[in-house]
Design a protein around this ligand. Sequence first.
Ligand code: IDP
Ligand code: MG
Length: 139
Amino acid sequence: MATNRTFTMIKPDAFADGNTGAILSMIEKAGFKLIAAKLTHLTAETAGKFYAVHSERPFYNDLCKYMSSGPIVAVILEKENAVADFRTLIGATNPANAEDGTIRKIFARSIEANAVHGSDSDENAAIEGSFFFSELERI
Ligand code: IDP
Ligand code: MG
């Protein structure tokens, strides 16, 4: 069943580049409502848990290092068709392949440092949101 919620992170590159506000503004202008938001700094271990699904991929260790290299902003978002619409808004994993006007096209540095995370299914949106936020931390 569609939850109409998705989960995102402003990744360390975008946070360090001072693009958090601009990215959140694009997200709100696209019709997403903020349900929970948190500024935090992952360790390599917590990043590894979050990305456990990728543990067999060749880029996993670098990804954990990168995701723990600086602060991130974790956000739960709500909108009709949230997961799919948010993937459209952020664009392809590799910014070189992302459509013009997408968040990754505008702000990403590379395929790894690609500015934002976006859940890939309703199920994972719920799991990822719960990784960062308790019931009490969501509106
Ligand atoms: P997604 O974030 O677009 O869903 P995934 O395949 O789920 O892409 O990969 C998770 C994250 O791992 C990406 O957002 C990116 O930061 C990193 N990543 C994915 N593919 C590569 C790669 O080929 N080289 C380096 N990093 C990668
Ligand atoms: Mg993914």
